[in-house]
Design a protein around this ligand. Structure first.
Ligand code: HEC
Ligand code: HEC
Ligand code: HEC
Ligand code: HEC
Ligand code: HEC
Length: 277
């Protein structure tokens, strides 16, 4: 504890023991603005009660004004850009280590999504295929395009090189990524007739996979509040072009599937703990 002597400089608040309790006091000569003259004469040791803000605090008022004006501006920014595609990651399409094309494999060649994303109906996650799945067709001996430079990273990972052992995974860059506090489950959706295209868009036309939907909470809830029109027969879940029949027939199909899949009521579908466990 600093002493309350004459050496203590102006502006430094010092706690002094005075009649058994701590009071804040100012010592030494102070400019007039700090004290009213009469009381200044009467006592040198003063409590905080008569403290007047020093002049430099006027500058704080400017800072406060700037902050007050800034808040609405910030609000506009958040509202304007918070939901914009750039911030929700719509269109996010990272460069992948191999120029693998869904447009070619799933589109032109017509491969089913489950050939590679085999676990999508069985577990929460849709597994990214291991290198060996690609080697089924792109092995170095008899494989398709076995001399293509585009497949070199695949061959190096699978067969190994002088510097790296065989059987390495391809370091694919993740495209879709919900925050950790959100629970999502592929099998729960796919087995109740929600097609890949509803959430991932026309993957069969993508040279490079990009995020087609915002994956925001309101986006999830939009479907959870009215799932009927988004349901399809289970054998169509990987079909990218399936459409419900128009008009009455479509409504009847939606109704039929809601019952058939035993889709739960609205209060269950909106329950916070469904997605935040
Ligand atoms: C021949 C194997 C293969 C087939 C068939 C295939 N994919 Fe993929 N898929 C991959 C690979 C490899 C990746 C990781 C590289 C990439 O993102 O391009 C991937 C990535 C994805 C991703 C992005 C995953 C992430 O990182 O968020 C989605 C979504 C996806 N596939 C959906 C589909 C859908 C829908 C189909 C069917 C229309 C399909 N895939 C068919 C191999 C395949
Ligand atoms: C069912 C067989 C099959 C599987 C499995 C398969 N591909 Fe292909 N891939 C093909 C065919 C067919 C072509 C087209 C060849 C052509 O255009 O002549 C091709 C072309 C390619 C090309 C373009 C090569 C070039 O020179 O243009 C790349 C890159 C490629 N595949 C990567 C992959 C990767 C990575 C995987 C695993 C995720 C994979 N493929 C799985 C059949 C397959
Ligand atoms: C109801 C929406 C929805 C449907 C239907 C859906 N996905 Fe996804 N998918 C997602 C979300 C959300 C993520 C991100 C998950 C995460 O970050 O945990 C994702 C991630 C992925 C991934 C990356 C690996 C993973 O599991 O995180 C692949 C691959 C994928 N989906 C493929 C598919 C395929 C193939 C189908 C159809 C058989 C499909 N998805 C159907 C919403 C969906
Ligand atoms: C296109 C429609 C659709 C979209 C989009 C959608 N869901 Fe669903 N979701 C469903 C349906 C249908 C069910 C099945 C309800 C049932 O089992 O009664 C479901 C069920 C679930 C369940 C329950 C799984 C279980 O184990 O019972 C969770 C969790 C869930 N969804 C999370 C999400 C999240 C998180 C998102 C957004 C990233 C999302 N859903 C987007 C349609 C959708
Ligand atoms: C159908 C799934 C689903 C349900 C039901 C759901 N959420 Fe969410 N919630 C999400 C997803 C997905 C995100 C992540 C959104 C993102 O990444 O922008 C999220 C994000 C949030 C966040 C973080 C928001 C932010 O801006 O960072 C809060 C808080 C939240 N949810 C609260 C709730 C509450 C409270 C309820 C119940 C009234 C609820 N959620 C119900 C899917 C859901």
């Amino acid at each position: 504890m600093a002493a309350c002597g004459p050496t203590a400089r102006f502006g430094a608040f010092i706690f002094c023991e005075s009649r058994g309790r701590a009071v804040r006091s100012l010592d030494g000569p102070a400019p007039d603005s700090l004290y009213d003259r009469s009381s200044r004469a009467s006592s040198r040791r003063r409590t905080i009660d008569t403290f007047v803000f020093p002049r430099w605090t006027n500058k704080l008022r400017v800072a406060v004004a700037v902050a007050a004006l800034g808040v609405p501006g910030y609000g506009v920014l958040v509202l304007g850009y918070g939901g914009a595609p750039e911030t929700t990651d719509v269109g996010y399409a990272p460069v992948q280590p191999i120029p693998y094309s869904h447009a070619l494999h799933a589109g032109e060649l017509g491969m089913d999504c489950r050939y590679c994303h085999a676990s999508v109906e069985l577990s929460a996650h849709a597994a990214i295929p291991p290198t060996a799945t690609c080697i089924n067709c792109h092995g170095t001996k008899f494989g398709i395009r076995r001399t293509s430079p585009k497949l070199q990273p695949l061959h190096q990972a699978f067969y190994g090189t002088d510097r790296s052992p065989p059987g390495q995974p391809i370091p694919w860059v993740r495209v879709h990524d919900l925050p950790d506090y959100v629970y999502f489950n592929h099998s729960a959706h796919v087995n109740r007739g929600v097609g890949c295209v509803s959430c991932h868009g026309r993957v069969d036309r993508m040279e490079v996979v990009y995020q087609a939907e915002p994956l925001s909470m309101s986006w999830c809830l939009h479907c959870h509040r009215n799932p009927g029109p988004n349901l399809r027969p289970r054998d169509q879940i990987t079909n990218m072009t399936w459409q419900p029949p128009p008009g009455r027939e479509g409504q009847e199909l939606a109704q039929k599937l809601l019952v058939e899949y035993n889709i739960r009521p609205l209060d269950y579908m909106q329950m916070c703990s469904l997605c935040h466990r």
